[in-house]
Design a binder for this molecule. Structure first.
Ligand SMILES: Nc1nc2c(ncn2[C@@H]2O[C@H](COP(=O)(O)OP(=O)(O)OP(=O)(O)O)[C@@H](O)[C@H]2O)c(=O)[nH]1
Ligand SMILES: [Mg+2]
Length: 278
């Protein structure tokens, strides 16, 4: 990751502001705590992307958390395009002091240069496509200034670096690793899929207890996590010969259904919980 960090630092030198994309279902675990250090005072805005998949009330609470910290933040859905139009005005707002300095120096018409950063799978490419839209035509390389870099002209005022910076997901705690695995930001193979699904059931019961009943008709109240897991497999008829539950198939199905939003809009990390290193 040292290489990635160096690449991001290099590119940071070329831009005026940074857009950090996070996943609204796991706002804490999808935010990279090192970014603040890397961008060293450069204006940034934060996107709670995939807001269509997250709980609306929780997303509002997270936006409030960021607002209180003075960080420009917006909830976006790059699938439908919801709120994507708010991103550039928010950047302009975060840069207004600098823009007035440029204007005083006669640098009117200087485009604002941006880059997108975020951990894997949060929707960076989807955002680039949304922002660029049909204006995907690349801005020419600027010899001597940004040799080798490709820029996408978004409007008269904005240019976007066409490759996003991929930040390392954070692995400080087990719960962060799990959040990243549940959403698919990191590969399932950090744990066997059955264990992951069992941990997911535990999580789901704490953040959205009704989801399992609504989707699978399993009453969880008196059951252990393992019993819930087995009841879900049974309801789906995922059995092997001898009537045993097919644990692997049940686990894969459950995680798939969460990731494809069949369990509803779920935020796994509530804004009011305690988080360290944030
Ligand atoms: N529901 C939902 N899915 C989204 C949204 N944005 C992106 N996705 C999906 O999330 C997955 C990852 O999106 P990408 O744009 O490829 O994410 P990325 O950050 O570029 O991922 P890497 O290139 O692997 O780092 C894709 O399946 C997208 O369709 C969104 O706002 N809502
Ligand atoms: Mg991508």
């Amino acid at each position: 990751m040292a290489k990635t960090r160096r690449l991001i630092s290099e590119n940071l030198g070329l831009v005026d502001a940074v857009i950090e994309v996070t996943d609204a279902r796991i706002p804490f675990s999808s935010k990279n705590p090192e970014l603040g250090k890397l961008i060293a005072g450069k204006p940034s805005v934060l996107l709670l992307n995939k807001c269509d998949a997250a709980d609306e009330a929780e997303t509002r609470r997270w936006l409030e958390v960021y607002r209180k910290r003075g960080l420009g933040a917006v909830d976006t859905d790059c699938k439908s395009g919801k709120n994507v139009s708010k991103v550039l005005p928010l950047i302009k707002e975060s840069l207004k002091d600098r823009i007035s300095v440029w204007e005083q120096r006669g640098m009117t018409g200087r485009p604002i240069r941006l880059m997108i950063v975020g951990i894997p799978n949060v929707g960076k490419s989807a955002l680039i496509n949304r922002l660029a839209g049909s204006k995907r035509a690349k801005v020419e390389d600027r010899p001597g200034v940004t040799r080798g870099k490709q820029w996408i002209k978004l409007s008269e005022s904005f240019e976007l670096l066409d490759t996003p910076g991929v930040l390392a997901p954070k692995f400080e705690s087990k719960s962060t690793g799990l959040s990243l695995a549940f959403t698919g930001a990191i590969k399932d193979d950090i744990l066997d899929v059955e264990t992951l699904a069992l941990m997911f059931i535990q999580k789901l019961r704490s953040v959205c207890p009704s989801a399992i009943f609504l989707r699978y008709g399993v009453e969880c109240d008196e059951l252990s996590d393992l019993e819930v897991f087995e009841a879900i497999g049974k309801k789906r008829g995922f059995l092997v010969s001898g009537g045993e539950i097919n644990y692997e198939r049940t686990a894969v199905m459950l995680l798939d259904e969460f990731r494809s939003q069949k369990l509803g809009r779920i935020t796994l990390e509530p804004a009011e919980a305690e988080y360290d290193a944030f």
